[in-house]
Design a protein around this ligand. Structure first.
Ligand code: FES
Ligand code: FES
Length: 165
């Protein structure tokens, strides 16, 4: 990463959804704004912009984070996966189960919910209901579709543990 004093820009090299990208951004630009405004990845949603709602959840080196709380500069040399990266080969089994469960209402929170749930299932393939609710507690849904979201995660866990895709 290099910093340009004259205009207080930083040059960041980050792998996003498997592709190496170079961003030239103001030092205080958040990862959320970088993804949306610089890279056009609009699946990561802007809502509270202060770490309260989870709409902006992405994976940073495989860990679920709120992109509004991370600076682009902090991602230099790291790897980011957004909802577009998770589903680049089509809907994932998890996304299919969200649809099957009727968990998608207005849809605004869903990318963040899916990223958080994917992180959970990668780290805990057979979560119980309490663990699912805890893992998704940082992802707010204004449509209050929580039970259906939990059902979708449970169905995905069962599907994966059963050896199906
Ligand atoms: S927009 Fe990042 S947590 Fe709400
Ligand atoms: S589906 Fe509308 S906010 Fe969650």
């Amino acid at each position: 990463m290099t910093t340009t004093q004259a205009d207080a820009l930083v040059v960041v090299t980050v792998t996003v959804n498997g592709s190496v990208r170079t961003l030239r951004v103001p030092v205080h630009r958040t990862l959320l704004d970088g993804l949306r405004d610089e890279l056009g990845l609009l699946g990561t949603k802007t809502c509270c912009a202060e770490g309260e709602c989870g709409a902006c959840t992405v994976l940073l080196d495989g860990q679920a984070v709120n992109a509004c709380l991370v600076l682009c500069a902090e991602t230099d040399g790291h790897e980011v996966t957004t909802i577009e990266g998770l589903s680049k080969d089509g809907l994932t089994d998890l996304q299919e189960e969200f649809l099957n469960a009727g968990a998608v209402q207005c849809g605004f929170c869903i990318p963040g919910q899916v990223v958080s749930a994917e992180y959970l299932l990668r780290t805990n393939p057979s979560p119980d209901e309490e663990e699912i609710r805890e893992a998704l507690s940082g992802n707010l849904c204004r449509c209050a579709g929580y039970q259906r979201i939990v059902s979708a995660v449970q169905a995905t866990a069962a599907r994966r543990c059963g050896g199906h895709d």
